[in-house]
Design a protein around this ligand. Structure first.
Ligand SMILES: [Fe+2]
Ligand SMILES: [Fe+2]
Length: 303
């Protein structure tokens, strides 16, 4: 049983429970409660109002497989036009409108409900929480959902949003359905944003082996191959060898991969992570090559 945050959430809970009891669709209500549970823990973790997360989660599928004509009565002409071109949008739009007419006035909650089906840029943190909770809630047993649930548990929140969107796009395509433009926009945005999470992992591993002088340079503008170059100094080969091993462990069961390694046991060891290159050097080599000077006109990123 989920602890509902306050009286306002309890009222919404009763409303939704009653609707799904009448519709004799307890499976959908169970899914909704799964979303409430996932959204609650993410709201706590990411410092979002638990009340807002619980209400948005409870209301996100208020309409689901309902008659289109009934849902249309809650929508504007422009919304109807948009939903007609993508029927999957109907229930989110109608649920959000129902919320504003009959439940509450919070615009953030309404937005998270409205766009929960596949999101619409720019997403607020609440939007992100509802979007990903809908995909990873505990009643979902599809392997892609379990995979994304594990990513979220590892703290790879943006990575999970990217992967869930990618999986949904691929699934739709395999059914001969053209994905929505919003989905491609989400994919593009989170492909970039998720790099921060890979940089976090890199930093964690470098700290673990006690590498020093860690610097991260943004190379997006100047390199067609890499987004970031990370430099670090070590004093022994044992430290650099451990970096590869720890990284392997950390990125297991994530979309990230070590694509190449060079210079193992030498004083300049390179790890290619696709969008990020890690350059691990002895202090003499770092001084000799003067890479920091070479990169001095690039943006540095605090990691
Ligand atoms: Fe939905
Ligand atoms: Fe849902």
């Amino acid at each position: 049983m989920i602890a509902l945050n306050d009286e306002s959430v309890k009222k919404v809970y009763q409303l939704v429970e009653e609707k799904y009891q009448k519709a004799n669709n307890l499976a959908r209500f169970k899914h909704i409660l799964g979303v409430v549970k996932a959204a609650t823990s993410l709201a706590i973790k990411y410092n979002v109002s638990v009340t807002k997360a619980q209400i948005a989660a409870l209301m996100h599928d208020y309409f689901h497989n309902d008659d289109t004509l009934i849902m249309q009565t809650y929508l504007t002409e422009a919304e109807i036009k948009e939903c007609k071109s993508c029927k999957a949008l109907y229930h989110g739009y109608a649920s959000a409108s129902y919320y504003l007419k009959n439940v509450g006035q919070d615009k953030e909650i309404a937005r998270a409900i409205k766009y929960h089906t596949f999101g619409k840029l720019p997403l607020t943190r609440l939007d992100e929480i509802i979007l990903i909770s809908d995909y990873i809630e505990e009643n979902r047993t599809y392997k892609d959902c379990i995979y994304c649930r594990n990513l979220v548990q590892k703290g790879l929140f943006y990575t999970a949003i990217y992967e869930s969107t990618l999986n949904t796009i691929n699934h739709l395509k395999s059914q001969g359905i053209e994905p929505h433009i919003y989905q491609y926009q989400i994919l593009e945005h989170y492909r970039e944003v998720m790099q921060v999470e890979l940089l976090d992992i890199v930093k964690e591993v470098l700290d673990k082996v006690k590498a020093t002088n860690i610097a991260c340079y943004e190379t997006k503008e100047v390199s067609p191959f890499y987004d970031y170059i990370v430099l670090a100094t070590v004093s022994t080969a044992r430290q650099s060898n451990a970096i590869g091993e720890y990284l392997e462990d950390e990125i297991e069961n994530t979309p990230y991969k070590i694509r190449g390694e060079e210079g193992i046991n030498s004083n300049w060891y390179l790890i290619d992570l696709g969008s990020i290159i890690i350059s691990v050097l002895s202090s003499e080599e770092r001084e000799r090559l003067d890479l920091d000077n070479l990169y001095s006109n690039l943006n540095t990123i605090e990691i």
